[in-house]
Structure formats: structure tokens, C-alpha cells
Design a protein. Structure first.
Length: 703
């Protein structure tokens, strides 16, 4: 990120990596001064904060949980409190350098609450967030007691980035289930905000690795590092000596024990490779204060010892084990000297080692064995993809890699190099920043739709000029507020008068367009000069005419959807199914409220795939989920209504997403108004039912 934040003239806010108590004030001042020169803003942490926030909640709770190690996840209210307070510290430090119009990019699982903390104080700042580790499936995520708080924190961002689509998908499912927010494509609609989410597979500084590898090859022997000289000596001992490389932080997610066992299995199965093949294993010490890491270290030490004990000899050590971190130069020497990279994490957000190995193979030889559980596997189809829990498969893949013809290695490596070079770290960062600006623009377009005095004047002026007007009005949530019991939402006197006044104007042709059943609406509109479209467009009645319906609709899908709804009825006491002519409705108004909401989100999630595959639609109303045929909706009905008529002013108002069909289908010149400050296909937004009545009142007066 170093070159990136400088390119944008930015500041880098972070923990400098040392405990505050370990340094004198003078030393801390020096650290701060040096960091200041680089435009870095330090946030100092105490031992206690490092212990509870970093090693605690970040690495004992979120890290294991997000990597599906639920048995390791520690749910501890004390560490959670410190996680919150350190996130607040980071947010405050960021806010102190921010100005309106700036952008912030927050990184990773240690700072999940920071986006919301910044957004709530600085709404005019654009916030991006990137998660470097996997986002787990909802079934795993839900086990966290503070699940809602974490998601709320993330949703403070305008753009959320993940390495791969699977993580994004899990995140969407979690948001849907926990909050029920509407998600269309990659946009989450949260009250009056739109949040974008997308996959950005992180890249590496390709040229840096490639050029360093080239330089390594070109160095005269005496200038080479000790490690490199030893590696070369090793190859000289016998022409068919081969090296397999393994590099990671010593972390239980990286599948190091499985890898060692697979290597042992390989030596057992293919004795002809003993004395020829060595596994070079670099395990970088990491999070040593956390007990699971200490246990892992013990296990790895023992496994290495047992393999070397079993297969080693005076001249042959099957596993070269380095438990330390090596300088960059050595890393490059290992990448460029090893014939095979064995990368077998049981879970890994991306895994950059795989990409670095590719970049360092200047002569295009080399084979990668890669776990399908690493995000990077999605981009590396040319690697040998394995399941890290299948030791036999891994042992076979080692054999396949060591015996792969050079031509094939080169062909595969060329494809990999082209791809990894193209989408490098700079491209990754620029793509993210580009999307961040896009998120900002979408949000400001959205806000620009609010009807202000100027727009209002224009709309009223157009109204008075027109001679033949079609006015489509949704009922619930547009003309009236929602009631606990829907049957109590009959028109009040003010509404009756408002409609009567609109109807009086002979230039107006008014249509009520609603999801309600026809009997109710007909009763309520008795005495009014209006047309009615009911059940989202299934039934239509022109003023003075009779009810008509579309006849050629198939209901065969109902047999497939009914059992799903029945299952939800069984699991949600108080809920029931209503079968309409062309739709199935699951009502949960009488269910226990929280359970009802939870199940409704679950049901929507479950139906999502089904509906798109069968051209159905899910209509979400007030305490109801309705599944209906995709061919009928308010949009189709409104368009049918306009057919062969010659209106010079078309106005449509509605509040929920069933009205979006109408906004989308109506001619471009129609004035479409969404009630509520939500994302919409409509041209304008009005905030409430009161605002709608006021607006219609203004039209009446002007007319
Ligand atoms: C997290 C996610 C995601 C390793 N040993 C040495 C050394 N390294 C460098 C490698 C590489 C980096 O450390 C490791 O990156 P990974 O991506 O493999 O894994 P994590 O540290 O777990 O990173 C991961 C990543 O974030 C980025 O989003 O890919 O999934 O878990 O760059 O080269 N560097 C030096 N000496 C070593 O001994 N100099």
C-alpha cells in the first residue's frame, strides 16, 4: 500500500507495532516524528490493548471464526469491549485528519467497526473497506454474539471489498438475514444510503519480484547470499535433486501439518524419490502468545522430527525447516530455486505466496500445487488444485508435479504469469479506488433525486400546462401510513377529500395501483372516480367498467413453492399461507415479531435462486412475503393501461419495491416518485406520506 497512499497524497493511520509502555516519551516522540515525515499517523497501544484487542478479539475470535475454526473461537466480552475502544481510537485518529470530501480506505478484520464510526461523524467522507480474510457462511458467522454490531460497523462503508465473490455472497446473505436490507446485484440499500460491494482479488508487486529474481540469477557466485550458495551446492551433489517449497506464517489455517503428512505419504509411496526430493519449509513465527499457535508449533516440530527421523540419512534431510523470518533476498532465492510450490491452506483469504512464486519464475518452469480453499485458486486454474484434507490426493499431486514435462510447466506458467502481471497490486488498488469514487457518485445521484422547492415548482408548472393526465397512485405507504392491522388502513377524511379534489379536475385520469385484493379496494374507493389495479396488476377495473384479468398465466410453479412456505409455517408459529389466484403469500403478522423478521429474511434468501430460475417474483410487503408469476406486475399493468391513450402528463407514486416495476416500465418522460428516501428507479424521492399529500394538494391548488 506504500506507493498507493503516497500517490493519492494520503495519510497512513495505524498502530506502529510496539507497546507504548516499552518506550520512553522521548523515544515515542522520535517514532512519531519519523512517521510524520512519511505522512503516517501513529495510534499507540498499551500492552493491555495489544493483548485484548489484537491477540484477543482480533486473533482469538474473528480470525478463527472467519476461517471456519469455530472450535478455536473465544467469545469473550472483555476482549470485545477493548476491540470496540481501540476501533474508536483508530476512528478518532482518522477523523482528526479528515476533511469533508476526503476518502478513507480501511483495511481488514481488526477494524471492522471503524467504517461506521467514521461515517456517523463524517457523513460527507467516502469510506472504503477491504477484508483480507474470508467472510464465512452465515451459519458460521451467526455464532458470534456481536454479529449485528460487526455488520453494522462494516455497513458504515460506501464500498466493501472482498478477495473473491464467495466471500461477498456470504456477506450478502448475512446482511439479508440479520437486517433484511434489500440487495440488488452488488448494491445494498440501507435506509437512505446505497452501499456497493465487490470482489477485488488482491495482486502483488509483480515487477518487484520478477526483477529481483532476474537479478539473483545474474549475480556472480561470490556475491550470492549464504543460503543461495548452499542451495547451489545441494543441486551440484546430484543432477536429479529437487526442491519443494512451503512458505507461510505458522498459522493453523495454513494447513502445515496436513502438508507434512502428505509429503511423508509421498515418500512412503514413491521410495524412488527419497534422497532426491527435499521439502524446504519456511514457517514464519506468528501470534506466539495465542495458545493454539503454540500447540501448532509443537505439532509441526514433532512432525518434521518424525519425517526426518524416518526417511533421513547422513546425506539426506527430507525436510529443511526454518522457523524464522527471512530477508526478502532469501525469499526470492527460495522462490527461484524450488521446482514445486506446495501451498495447501485449509482456509486462506487469498494467499500471496502463490502469486509471488509465479512472478519469480523467470524461466517459466515450476509447478504450483494449490489448495482449493485459498481465494487465489479462483485465479489459478493452471495450478494443480487439491483438497487440503485429502492426504492421498496431495501425495499424488506431488508426484504429478515432479514428473510434469517442462513444456507443460512452461505453458501453464505462461498463462499464470500473464494474469498475475496484468492484475497486479497497482491495478488492484486503482480498481478499488475507482469503485470507491463510483460508490460516492451513486450516493450523490441518489440524494439528488429528493424533491426540493425548485423541482417541486417545475413539476407543478408542468402539471398546470398539461391537458390529459394519467396519475398512478399506490395505496399503502404512499397515500396512507401502515397500520398494525392492514384492514384498519381505510382512507381517512383528509384522503377522501384530497382524492375528490383531484378527481374533480376533468383533465385527470386517476388509477389506484396496489397489491391489495380487489374487494377491499373497491369498497374503500366506493363513490370515487378512479380506476383500480389490484393484486399487483392481476385485476384491473376501469372507472364504471367491470373487473378484468389476464388469463394466460400458468400457476404450475405453486406446487414447488408451497412446500417451502409450509415448512416456514411449521417453523414459525402464528404464520400462515394465503393462496391468491396468481400468487402464494406467507403472512407473519401474527408471529412472534423477532422470529417473524428472522424467518422472513431466511425465506427470502432461500427463494432467491428459485425465483430467478423460474421467472417468479418475490414481493415483500408489510409482514408478508408474496411469491408470484414474473409476467405480471404493476409495471406491465400500468403500461397496458396507457396503451392507445394519449396522455401528456404521466405521474406515478409508490413506496415499495413492487412499485419499482412501474417506475421502470413507464415512458421516460413520466414523472415517477418514490416515497421514502430509498434507492429507486424513479426520477424523484419524497420522504413520507405527509409529503405525498402535500404534493398532491399543491397540484390540486395549482390546477
Ligand atoms: C492475509 C490473508 C491474504 C512470508 N514469509 C516471509 C515473508 N512472507 C511474506 C510473503 C507474503 C506474505 O508474507 C504472506 O502473505 P499471504 O497472503 O500468503 O498470507 P497472510 O499473511 O495470512 O495474509 C491472506 C493476505 O492477507 C493479503 O490480503 O492473501 O489470505 O491471510 O507476501 O512474501 N516475507 C519475508 N520474509 C519471510 O520470511 N520478507
Amino acid at each position: 500500500m506504500k506507493s498507493i497512499y503516497k500517490e493519492y497524497n494520503g495519510s497512513w493511520i495505524g498502530w506502529p507495532g510496539v507497546a507504548r509502555e516499552d518506550h520512553t516519551t522521548k523515544e515515542l516522540d522520535q517514532i512519531d516524528a519519523l512517521l510524520g515525515k512519511e505522512n503516517c499517523v501513529p495510534v499507540h497501544l498499551s500492552h493491555e490493548e495489544i493483548n485484548l484487542y489484537y491477540e484477543g478479539f482480533s486473533n482469538r475470535t474473528i480470525w478463527p471464526l472467519f476461517h471456519y475454526f469455530t472450535q478455536y473461537a473465544d467469545f469473550n466480552a472483555d476482549t470485545w469491549e477493548v476491540y470496540k475502544s481501540v476501533n474508536q481510537k483508530m476512528a478518532d485518529a482518522t477523523i482528526s485528519v479528515l476533511e469533508d470530501g476526503d476518502s478513507v480506505w480501511v483495511h481488514d478484520y481488526q477494524l471492522l467497526l471503524v467504517p461506521e464510526m467514521i461515517k456517523s461523524k463524517k457523513p460527507n467522507v467516502t469510506v472504503g473497506f477491504f477484508l483480507h480474510i474470508p467472510f464465512p457462511s452465515y451459519e458460521v458467522f451467526r455464532t458470534l454474539p456481536w454479529r449485528k454490531e460487526l455488520i453494522k460497523g462494516m455497513l458504515g462503508a460506501d464500498l466493501l471489498g472482498f478477495h473473491v465473490y464467495d466471500y461477498e455472497r456470504h456477506f450478502f446473505s448475512t446482511v439479508r438475514r440479520l437486517f433484511g436490507y434489500e440487495i440488488s446485484f452488488n448494491q445494498i440499500h440501507v435506509e437512505d444510503r446505497i452501499i456497493l460491494a465487490d470482489a477485488f482479488p488482491m495482486g502483488i508487486d509483480y515487477d518487484k519480484f520478477h526483477d529481483a529474481a532476474l537479478a539473483t540469477h545474474q549475480k556472480p557466485l561470490q556475491e550470492k547470499s549464504r543460503l543461495h550458495q548452499e542451495l547451489e551446492k545441494y543441486f551440484l551433489t546430484s543432477p536429479d535433486r529437487r526442491l519443494i517449497l512451503s512458505i507461510d506464517r505458522l498459522d493453523y489455517t495454513k494447513g502445515i501439518p496436513n502438508r507434512l503428512k502428505a509429503f511423508a505419504r509421498f515418500l512412503e509411496k514413491y521410495p524412488e524419490f527419497r534422497y532426491k526430493v527435499t521439502l524446504v519449509m519456511l514457517a514464519v513465527p506468528s501470534r506466539g502468545q495465542v495458545d493454539h499457535y503454540q500447540q501448532l508449533k509443537k505439532e509441526v516440530d514433532e512432525l518434521v522430527g518424525s519425517i526426518n527421523g524416518l526417511y533421513g540419512s547422513i546425506n539426506y534431510t527430507p525436510v529443511w525447516y526454518f522457523y524464522r523470518s527471512l530477508p526478502f533476498e532469501n525469499l526470492i532465492e527460495l522462490y527461484s530455486s524450488c521446482d514445486v510450490a506446495l501451498i495447501t491452506p485449509v482456509r486462506d483469504g487469498m494467499n500471496l505466496v502463490a502469486k509471488e512464486y509465479v512472478a519469480s519464475r523467470t524461466n517459466k518452469s515450476g509447478v504450483i500445487i494449490l489448495s482449493e480453499m485459498a481465494g487465489v485458486a479462483k485465479e489459478m486454474g493452471e495450478a494443480i488444485i487439491i483438497n487440503p484434507n485429502d492426504e492421498n490426493d496431495m501425495a499424488e499431486s506431488i508426484y504429478q508435479a515432479l514428473t510434469m514435462p517442462l513444456d507443460e510447466q512452461r505453458e501453464r506458467m505462461s498463462f499464470l504469469q500473464d494474469r498475475i502481471k496484468r492484475y497486479d497490486i497497482f491495478k488492484w488498488a486503482h480498481e478499488f479506488v475507482k469503485s470507491l469514487f463510483k460508490a460516492r457518485d451513486i450516493q450523490s445521484d441518489f440524494l439528488a433525486k429528493r424533491i426540493n422547492t425548485k423541482i417541486q415548482k417545475q413539476l407543478v408548472a408542468d402539471y398546470t400546462k398539461s391537458k390529459n393526465r394519467a396519475i398512478f397512485l399506490d395505496y399503502d405507504g404512499t397515500l396512507t401510513r401502515f397500520r398494525k392491522n392492514p384492514q384498519d388502513a381505510s382512507p381517512d377524511e383528509e384522503l377522501h377529500n384530497l382524492l375528490k379534489n383531484l378527481e374533480k379536475d376533468e383533465h385527470n385520469d386517476i388509477t389506484l395501483i396496489s397489491g391489495r385484493d380487489r374487494a377491499t379496494l373497491e369498497k374503500w374507493m366506493d363513490g370515487h372516480k378512479v380506476n383500480l389495479i389490484c393484486e399487483h396488476g392481476v385485476w384491473v377495473k376501469d372507472f364504471g367498467g367491470t373487473w378484468k384479468t389476464l388469463t394466460n398465466i400458468s400457476n404450475s410453479w405453486m406446487d414447488m413453492v408451497r412446500p417451502i412456505l409450509e415448512n416456514f409455517v411449521d417453523r414459525t408459529p402464528g404464520s400462515f399461507i394465503e393462496e391468491k389466484n396468481y400468487s402464494l403469500v406467507w403472512h407473519y403478522r401474527k408471529a412472534e415479531p423477532e422470529q417473524g423478521e428472522l424467518r422472513a429474511n431466511e425465506l427470502k434468501d432461500e427463494l432467491t435462486n428459485l425465483v430467478s430460475n423460474h421467472n417468479l417474483e418475490i414481493m415483500e410487503g408489510n409482514k408478508v412475503i408474496e411469491v408470484k408469476n414474473g409476467g405480471i406486475n404493476k409495471g406491465v399493468a400500468a403500461l397496458n393501461f396507457l396503451h392507445n391513450k394519449n396522455y401528456d402528463y404521466v405521474l406515478a407514486m409508490g413506496d415499495d419495491w413492487t412499485d419499482e416495476f412501474m417506475f421502470r416500465e413507464l415512458p421516460r418522460e413520466a414523472i415517477t416518485i418514490k416515497v421514502g428516501l430509498k434507492h429507486t428507479n424513479a426520477t424523484y424521492n419524497l420522504e413520507s406520506v405527509d409529503a405525498v399529500r402535500e404534493f398532491l394538494g399543491d397540484l390540486v391548488n395549482a390546477g
